[in-house]
Design a protein. Structure first.
Length: 433
């Protein structure tokens, strides 16, 4: 196993502590212990009904936690953070004492070290002198398929239950907002058929999200929502653009903390630890966090002015100087998950150009990004049972150990540096909605 350990000096081990669905529980009241780490991710349902008091207690303990960065998304129970929903439905929840959505949102905006993502993305740079000094691009979203009258939902099925109709254009449009170069995706909902099995709703995850994850193939996907789905899976993606959403296989995880007091619920993606210590694969995860900026569509000189055939996808630098405008157009398309121009798959010219919408939609998912082969999916629900399914029981947070690029060496041409007001880290924020 030693030969498979990553020795790349441009990578450094980063500890990411994942949790979700705390529903106002906290380490302070003994519900769970918070392991040490560099980054904390909370995938939603911070509260039971989104009151200011609930949110303040949760934000206070998260802000005080010893992590360089804390990333938060809301969930369907955090109703006041969905201002439009709360305006329409607050009497159903807080008829006697209505809450203020702006005040609740301000709690998150003003909390030190907290990155609150509301269907938006950012680049994280860990800059603490004693930390790993790594970087990753993260997208976070609070949305989940509608079940009942709750916040951040899309769209209701006629039966009120989860069904394949949620793979409609509404769901596809929603998840198309995730940038193609994302390294970590944080969503409240699981993707379909991965850690989404509910005793109430069967497979409650979203098929459209699964399809988008296949396109992006992020290193990490953190979710929650389905309490009984807590766990970890390593998904190995099929890279054939003609078979969208295909997987080559899934590797399960045995929690090393089960039956052992004091052990962490750890997942080792670096290949450094043993199987008993959370090494799921027996090797490092196969995902190089490829950047769409490293792949540029290039057109032949003959047709570059007309926009006709002869365009090829090549590594950056090949005819790039002669193709700046076209490259900018197509990189924008890649970020949106589509390629705007006709593509010659054989590379022999205009006669071979194909205009298939299927290939246009999925070409950018595999060309030049073959290093994104696997995704670690984590359902980090702390609440172990759904409401009404028995006495309260709590899970422990899940720790992910993974090698990430150091920001001194990573070429991140998609973002401009923006100084952070919070000490210890810098982040670039670019909303893509």
């Amino acid at each position: 196993m030693a030969s498979s350990i990553n020795t790349n000096p441009n990578l450094a081990k980063t500890r990411i502590v994942c949790l979700s669905d705390t529903h106002s529980a906290s380490p302070k009241d003994g519900a769970f212990k918070l392991p040490k780490g560099d980054v904390l991710i909370h995938a939603g349902d911070l509260t039971n009904q989104g009151t200011y008091a609930e949110l303040k207690r949760t934000v206070d303990w998260i802000a005080a936690a010893d992590f360089e960065v804390k990333i938060i998304v809301a969930g369907n129970h955090d109703i006041t953070l969905d201002a439009a929903f709360y305006k329409s439905h607050r009497r159903s929840f807080h008829s006697q004492h209505p809450e203020s959505s702006p005040a609740c949102l301000e709690l998150l905006a003003e909390a030190a070290g907290i990155v609150y993502l509301n269907h938006t993305s950012t680049t994280i740079r860990l800059t603490a002198p004693t930390g790993p000094r790594t970087t990753f691009r993260v997208f976070g979203s609070p949305y989940s398929p509608t079940v009942g009258n709750w916040a951040f939902s899309y769209p209701p099925c006629p039966s009120g239950r989860i069904s394949s109709t949620l793979s409609s254009s509404t769901a596809r449009d929603l998840w198309s907002a995730i940038p193609l170069d994302t390294d970590a995706v944080v969503t409240h909902t699981p993707a379909a058929h991965h850690l989404d099995l509910s005793p109430k709703w069967s497979h409650a995850g979203c098929p459209a999200l699964h399809r988008r994850l296949w396109q992006i193939r992020p290193l990490l996907h953190v979710c929650g929502h389905v309490h009984e789905g807590r766990g970890v899976e390593i998904v190995r993606w099929g890279l054939d653009a003609s078979q969208p959403g295909r997987e080559e296989g899934t590797t399960g995880w045995s929690d090393p903390a089960l039956g052992s007091r004091g052990k962490e619920s750890r997942v080792d993606l670096t290949g450094r630890r043993t199987a008993a210590q959370g090494n799921v694969l027996g090797r490092p995860i196969e995902n190089d966090c490829s950047d769409v900026a490293l792949v540029a569509p290039v057109q032949s000189y003959l047709h570059r002015l007309e926009g006709a055939g002869g365009m090829k996808l090549r590594k950056k630098g090949h005819e790039a100087a002669a193709n700046g405008q076209l490259r900018e157009l197509n990189e924008r398309g890649q970020m949106e998950g589509v390629v705007q121009n006709h593509v010659s798959f054989s590379g022999v010219g205009e006669s071979e150009t194909r205009t298939s919408s299927l290939h246009h939609e999925y070409l950018s998912a595999w060309t030049g990004r073959e290093g994104r082969k696997e995704t670690c999916t984590v359902n980090a629900a702390i609440m172990a049972r759904s409401f009404g399914m028995g006495a309260k029981r709590y899970n422990q947070p899940i720790v992910i150990e993974v090698d990430l690029p150091t920001w001194e060496t990573r070429k991140d041409s998609e973002h401009a540096e923006v100084p952070s007001e919070s000490a210890g880290f810098e982040r670039d924020i670019q909303e893509r909605q």
